[in-house]
Write a protein that binds this ligand. Structure first.
Ligand SMILES: [Fe+2]
Length: 365
């Protein structure tokens, strides 16, 4: 029985948590660069609350609002340069996984003027970074509580994560009300992402007792919605539940990481524009199939919680993802070669996972 874990970010949650905890920001800096995407920070009300909190704490601010979904290293570099030029000593990221992950890289670029674009992947870990606060607006990413940031190389279009002690926030604000304006389809995708985080971390060979605690708790909270998503179900109470579940799932991957669905799913996002959560959920039946063979007792725990036979649950999740992509055997074989140098996510998947397995999974989409 092991409970190894490291998660240094302070979490505050609940209604008005940004306003109620403005003092936490005043300890971090005097001039802030707010990092956001195009719309959710404004629409959700999170930006307005953040600005009020900064003003009440006497912190000046500017905004970089050009973070796109699947944020590029280039945009983070640009925002990092802007942070230095405007004298920012604090970064606040507001948004879903894209804006939060980007803010982590921005805080690193801002503190390291000599760092070139791709040095973000090879930096000395931990690199210096500016103080960092995150405000989540979607229920899925878990970036609020992980030491990971997934970035896209703008030149190649490929997603690749960075991780380390420098990729944790100092403080994460988790007010579920910011998720109330998220459209139904996006809510399905982010909930699927959270479900995959929980299932992948729990089924990973790297799972410890604390992962199991967080992962199974998240599955318990998420399975009803992801098993049969319906717009009518999205009450305020369920929105709150989905957001807190995404934090539990984030705590699970923070300890044990994700498995092959997250790695192979990147390809569907990069080449077919499939939203991240749906791109991972497509591979849930393959993951469950392997778990049945290699760790049936864990699968039994999921079945006991959800009340579904595991392969039925996986089929429901794949149906909820509703991904309409067909990949030929030839394309699958070619793409799978990109993982031939070895991937941690493959190694910790139940029973291991090979390049040939990845080709089979892609061809089976
Ligand atoms: Fe994810």
């Amino acid at each position: 029985m092991k409970i190894n874990a490291y998660m240094p970010a302070r979490i505050v949650s609940g209604k008005n948590c940004v306003a109620d905890n403005a003092a936490l920001l005043s300890r971090l800096g005097k001039k802030c660069l707010i990092v956001t995407g195009g719309g959710s920070a404004d629409k959700s009300g999170a930006l307005a609350d953040c600005v009020s909190a900064l003003e009440s704490a006497g912190i000046a601010y500017e905004r970089y609002g050009k973070i796109a979904p699947n944020p590029t290293v280039e945009s983070c570099f640009e925002a990092g340069t802007m942070a230095r030029e405007c004298g920012a000593d604090l970064i606040v990221g507001i948004g879903g996984g894209s804006a939060q992950d980007a803010a982590k890289a921005v805080a690193i670029f801002a503190a390291n003027p000599d760092m070139r674009l791709m040095d973000i992947y090879t930096r000395t870990i931990p690199a210096k970074r500016l103080p960092l606060a995150l405000i989540g607006t979607t229920a899925g990413t878990g970036s609020e509580v992980t030491g990971v940031s997934v970035l896209t190389n703008g030149a190649t279009g490929r997603k690749k994560s960075i991780s380390g002690a420098d990729c944790y926030a100092d403080v994460s604000f988790c007010d579920y009300r910011y998720t109330l304006s998220v459209p139904f389809d996006t809510t399905v995708s982010t909930a699927l992402d959270a479900y995959c985080h929980a299932a992948e971390a729990y089924l990973a060979t790297s799972c410890n007792d604390l992962t199991a605690l967080y992962g199974l708790k998240a599955i318990e909270m998420l399975h009803g919605f992801v098993g049969a998503p319906s717009p009518d179900a999205l009450t305020e109470g369920l929105r709150e539940k989905l957001y807190i579940a995404s934090i539990y799932a984030g705590l699970a991957i923070n300890i044990s990481g994700t498995d092959f669905p997250h790695t192979v799913g990147y390809y569907l996002t990069e080449n077919y524009g499939v939203p991240h959560g749906k791109a991972c959920a497509v591979f849930m039946p393959v993951l469950i199939g392997r778990a049945k063979k290699y760790c049936p007792e864990k699968l039994g725990a999921i079945e006991a919680i959800t009340g579904y036979e595991a392969s039925e649950m996986a089929a429901r999740i794949k149906a909820a993802a509703a991904v309409d992509v067909t990949i030929s055997r030839e394309e699958a074989e070619t793409v799978a070669q990109r993982w031939s140098a070895g991937v941690k996510n493959f190694d910790r998947s139940p029973g291991g996972f090979t390049v040939a397995d990845a080709a089979d999974a892609l061809a089976g989409v």
